[in-house]
Ligand binder design. Structure first.
Ligand code: NAD
Ligand code: GLY
Length: 380
């Protein structure tokens, strides 16, 4: 029996490309690069984890197709997403006399994809690169759409470039080695697509979340494909994020603030986004934009996915202060993506008074439910 596969097109004129989602595709990289017409020189950028798990397969396939592959291994983790690491990659490319017909391959999660994509964007004013994403976050989000970049000590993703990959090759089998916490965190971005663009997809997630959590192949292929379709459509409409693309930031205004407040240690990105989505929906409800049912459906699916939904203890000053540092702040105003119903969102500026009022009401509700649990003799 042949394993199912799917292809999604990102329609961007002469920068268009395909996303191929196919179990086992890492074994076909060499042949696919040959078909795309690349010269025989390739660089594989990866980290020690993905190098150990998947570089041998990729390198075997490259060498079978006659490619001469250089491997650049960058230390694991967000802390490596720096200008310094980009410099390491650029030096290795220059030493190997990389040309514009050579190709760079990003094998790993979002950190490697963003970093290697950025190096490809700036080396020789741009060389082609292929995304080989190995985390769920990377497969449904970061490998698609051409946002590449690195962090600065003062903030995430502050240096970067739009540089579209030539192709995205997704092997869902790689998700089987992903730590459970990373896998579940990626589900936050999947749920996000349902809220921002597709109620039917959201309903599918509500019904199938336990099979998805068990990594059943058919639902996994389906959620990756639908997420990529939604992202591809949004990017095709607004490649440079002048307007519509901003809807992809649903959950990220509060999510990024929580990541910053936790020093990027306590919550990983997807967990922060999960809390951010539920809380931004609650905020939308308090502003009269959506019904309480939207909040309760979202909260239920987030919890069923194994993600957190509740705000950790933060004061209004802390949260509002961290929200001011977000990239989504424009002319001093904090913009937030807010649901009107499942499948449709609006982008609105937030005013300090309503956020304060909403957070105060949240805190009061939390105190009162803790007190009633205590009265019932339950644990707090
Ligand atoms: P990550 O790249 O740090 O990967 C998470 C962990 O999983 C790492 O330890 C990694 O080594 C490990 N790993 C990767 N693949 C594995 C596999 N198959 N098996 C076992 N372990 C594996 O984190 P991430 O969540 O993939 O990406 C987060 C990054 O992506 C952030 O830097 C974020 O800013 C960026 N991002 C970018 C975009 C974009 O549009 N460019 C969108 C979303 C996120
Ligand atoms: N991850 C948000 C974007 O690509 O625009």
């Amino acid at each position: 029996m042949t394993m199912p596969e799917s292809t999604v097109k990102v329609a961007l004129g002469d920068r268009s490309y395909d996303i191929l989602i196919k179990p086992g595709v890492l074994r076909e990289i060499g042949a696919r690069l040959s078909r795309l017409g690349f010269s025989r020189q390739a660089a594989l950028v990866t980290n020690p984890v993905t190098a150990r798990l998947y570089a041998p397969t990729v390198k075997r396939s490259l060498s079978k197709a006659g490619f001469n592959a250089l491997t650049v291994t960058i230390p694991d983790g967000e802390r490596s997403k720096t200008l310094r690491s980009a410099g390491v990659i650029l030096d290795r490319l220059a030493a190997a006399r990389f040309e514009r017909q050579s190709v760079l391959l990003a094998l790993g999660g979002g950190v490697i994809g963003d970093l290697a994509g950025f190096a490809a964007a700036i080396y020789a004013r741009g060389i082609p690169f292929i995304q080989l994403p190995t985390t769920l976050v990377a497969q449904v989000d970061s490998s698609v759409g051409g946002k590449t970049g690195v962090n600065l000590p003062v903030g995430k993703n502050l240096v970067g470039a739009f540089h579209q990959p030539r192709q995205v090759l997704i092997d869902p089998n790689t998700l089987r080695t992903l730590p459970q916490r990373e896998w579940v965190a990626g589900l936050a971005e999947v749920i996000k697509y349902g809220v921002i663009a597709d109620e039917q997809f959201f309903t599918y997630l509500e019904r199938h979340i336990s099979e998805i959590r068990r990594l059943a192949p058919e639902p996994v292929l389906r959620i990756i494909t639908r997420s990529c379709e939604i992202k591809a459509a949004v990017v095709a409409e607004d490649e440079w994020e002048s307007d519509r693309r901003r809807i992809l930031n649903f959950g990220h205004t509060i999510g990024h603030a929580l990541e910053t407040l936790g020093g990027y240690h306590r919550l990983i990105h997807g967990e922060a986004v999960a809390i951010g989505m539920v809380q931004e929906a609650a905020l939308a409800c308090s502003l009269g934009l959506c019904t309480a049912e939207v909040v309760s459906r979202l909260r239920a699916v987030v919890l069923a996915a194994g993600l957190p939904a509740d705000l950790p203890r933060v004061t209004f000053q802390q949260l509002w202060g961290a929200m001011q540092h977000d990239k989504k702040v424009a002319l001093g105003r904090v913009y937030c993506v807010l649901p009107e119903h499942i499948g449709r969102v609006v982008i609105l500026p937030l005013d300090e008074g309503s956020v304060r009022q909403w957070l105060t009401a949240q805190s009061l509700r939390r105190v009162s439910s803790r007190m009633s649990r205590r009265r019932r003799g339950g644990k707090t």
